[in-house]
Design a protein around this ligand. Structure first.
Ligand code: NAP
Length: 310
């Protein structure tokens, strides 16, 4: 009978953190497999322009950067399997990663599953998703060429989405629950200057309007309680992320928001299991912090593997 491969490391998720871990592991001589559901890059691949990843003077498209990171890791022998992970058994030795294609085994497992958009919780939000409700301007913005759209949120994602949309849509209205953006300063000036972007401060969306597709939004001023209807073709919801940590539930400790708990060492409470990138409990979720986590995880994984062999 053919013996099943036991990888030194399986990385779940092929975003920037995941492929950095794969690169470092492969260069350290470990046999490493990245299991990725769709294509390399995770959330980064949906970002049109990345200007804060060092080394790219004119910025770089996230999809392009993801492709480069994957090819670089593959160059040193890392492998990728495209499959959905259904279950993990982290306390077994070797650890088991169950995918739709079968069960994979590894001495160490790195969680690099990232985060996804948080829903706002409006009535009919799910029903109208894809019919006017959207969560990603880079993915769906082109459907709103010459149309009127609303962006809900005031963080970096909302600001980046609003800038992207201002280049295609006729009008962009940013609705934010406070009177100032949380987004980094660099976004403020272009948004304030764009002639087709306007703001509704201290305001919250209360009802999606439209039968088959979105035709407007009822908005409440949180200071006065007054309501108004904004007619629009699209509502981009950008109110933060939720961690993709479901696989870890019941096995690893999660923080109060559902992120997998680990400090900068990326070590979880199960030896040989690491968590990196946006799914880790941390202060700053950026491409640079994800890649830093990837390198760190391999450092501690090598220590762990050396102890296993003693
Ligand atoms: P975020 O920074 O957590 O911002 C979420 C925004 O949504 C905040 O303005 C928040 O309002 C608002 N919000 C949250 N819940 C809401 C609700 N129920 N109703 C209305 N508004 C609500 O999330 P993000 O912008 O998605 O970014 C996620 C992470 O990715 C961050 O760490 C961010 O820095 C990073 N990121 C970085 C860049 C970049 O550096 N270029 C680009 C994109 C994302 P309050 O302000 O009132 O809390």
């Amino acid at each position: 009978m053919k013996q099943q491969i036991v990888y030194d490391m399986i990385v779940i998720g092929g975003g920037p953190g995941g492929y950095t871990a794969a690169l470092y592991a492969a260069r350290a001589g470990l046999n490493v497999l990245v299991v990725e559901r769709l294509s390399a890059g995770g959330q980064m691949a949906l970002t049109h322009q990345i200007d804060n990843y060092p080394g790219f003077v004119g910025g770089i498209d996230g999809y392009d950067l993801a492709d480069r990171m994957q090819r670089q890791a593959h160059r040193f022998g890392a492998l990728t399997e495209y499959a959905q992970v259904l279950e993990v058994r982290l306390r077994e030795e070797p650890k088991a990663v169950v995918t739709e294609n079968g069960t994979l085994l590894a001495k160490t497992v790195v969680f690099a599953t990232g985060a996804g958009p948080k829903e706002l919780g409006l009535d009919r939000e799910k029903e109208l998703t894809g019919r006017g409700v959207a969560y990603c301007a880079a993915c769906d913005g082109m459907f709103y060429r010459g149309k009127e759209v609303v962006v809900i949120g005031g963080g970096n994602s909302a600001a980046a989405d609003a800038i992207l949309l201002s280049r295609v849509a006729k009008k962009v209205t940013i609705i934010h629950r406070r009177d100032t953006l949380r987004a980094t300063r660099i976004y403020h000036t272009p948004l304030m200057k764009a002639p087709n972007v306007n703001f509704l401060w201290n305001s919250a969306a209360v009802e999606l309007l439209g039968e088959e597709k979105v035709s407007g939004l009822r908005v409440r001023n949180l200071l006065t309680g007054e309501e108004q209807i904004i007619s629009c073709d699209g509502v981009f919801i950008s109110v933060g992320r939720k961690p993709a940590s479901q696989l870890a539930e019941g096995q690893l400790t999660l923080d109060e928001k559902g992120y997998i708990l680990a400090d900068e060492s990326t070590q979880t409470d199960i030896p040989g299991v690491f968590v990196i990138g946006d799914v880790r409990s941390k202060v700053l979720r950026q491409v640079v912090t994800a890649v830093s986590d990837g390198a760190m995880a391999v450092h501690y994984a090598e220590e762990y593997l050396a102890r296993l062999e003693q």
